[in-house]
Design a protein around this ligand. Structure first.
Ligand code: MN
Length: 289
């Protein structure tokens, strides 16, 4: 049985700036998609394609904390650099994904990579927050720097497209990301007229963001930048691209645990939030200039 589409949510009316480097449309959380409804996903910010002019100043977000979840940065166009309080740093180039497990708490900063910044140009990026199960919230912070060539790849016949499997498995092809609960994240690229089909558990919270192009998804038209939210009925998804199309498919087993979030801290109780803020203020997440 096909997955039932619960609603197709249009692109939010206006973007917001995260620092001075990320011009994002926020799809999760919100009235349309509360965090508990789309668990384990907590946040989806989409920097739809935009041109940044050349800049000597590195645009971005200065030092800030995260605790209790994972941040997943997907670069489509443009490059992002990051540094953290544990001494890690790296660059996320187009096609790459950085999967950061903030866990017990970390400070980091994220900004346009130097060479990209100097030249300026097209920028297209997603940041996704994935919740950690209660028993893993205190895990030591760490990264998975997943490069383009490490993705699980399902090539469609006759160059009709490719599914890059970031996490989970698509039609038997597994992705490299290690996750703390069952999570599927797929970068689906289809040529005009191409189609693909997959099956995901009915109980998993599942959605598709149309990054570029447009597609027919289980018979309904999803336009550019639409967010397609499936109900928890049915397993099958049929996608047919109406033009060259890029889709981000998210699917995960709901954690079914309380969510108490305060900005960059996401815990299970108010007491844990108070403690998280105290730990941040007393320097327990380390130091970063
Ligand atoms: Mn961050």
């Amino acid at each position: 049985m096909n997955k039932i589409i619960e609603k197709i949510i249009p692109q939010p009316a206006a973007p917001g700036m995260v620092g001075d480097g990320f011009r994002v449309y926020n799809y999760i959380p919100g009235a349309n998609v509360p965090q508990q409804r789309i668990s384990p996903f907590l946040l989806l910010d989409f920097n739809a394609e935009v041109d940044f002019p050349p800049s000597e100043h590195l645009r971005g977000v200065d030092v800030h904390p995260h605790k209790g979840f994972e941040t997943v940065t997907i670069s489509y166009k443009g490059s992002v650099a990051h540094h953290d309080s544990a001494g890690n740093s790296g660059i996320i180039n187009p096609g790459d994904v950085q999967w950061m497990t903030a866990g017990a708490g970390i400070l980091h900063k994220e900004y346009h990579e130097k060479e990209y910044s100097k030249k300026g140009g097209t920028f297209e990026m997603v940041q996704l927050w994935v919740n950690l199960p209660k028993k893993h919230k205190q895990t030591q912070p760490h990264y998975q720097a997943i490069t383009k060539n490490q993705m699980g790849k399902l090539e469609l016949p006759e160059n009709q497209g490719v599914v890059n499997v970031i996490a989970g498995a698509y039609n038997g092809i597994s992705g490299p990301a290690q996750t703390y609960s069952p999570v599927n994240v797929f970068d689906i690229k289809l040529k005009k007229g191409a189609s693909t089909h997959t099956t995901l558990p009915a109980g998993y919270n599942t959605a598709i963001l149309v990054i570029n192009g447009s597609a027919n998804i289980n018979g309904q038209k999803a336009a550019e930048h639409n967010f397609v939210l499936f109900s928890n009925e049915g397993e099958e998804i049929d996608i047919k691209a109406n033009e060259d199309t890029v889709l981000l498919l998210l699917s995960g087993e709901p954690l079914n645990e309380p969510i108490v979030s305060y900005g960059p801290f996401v815990m299970n109780t108010q007491e844990e939030i108070v403690q998280a803020i105290r730990d941040f203020q007393s320097g327990k997440y380390g130091v970063l200039d």
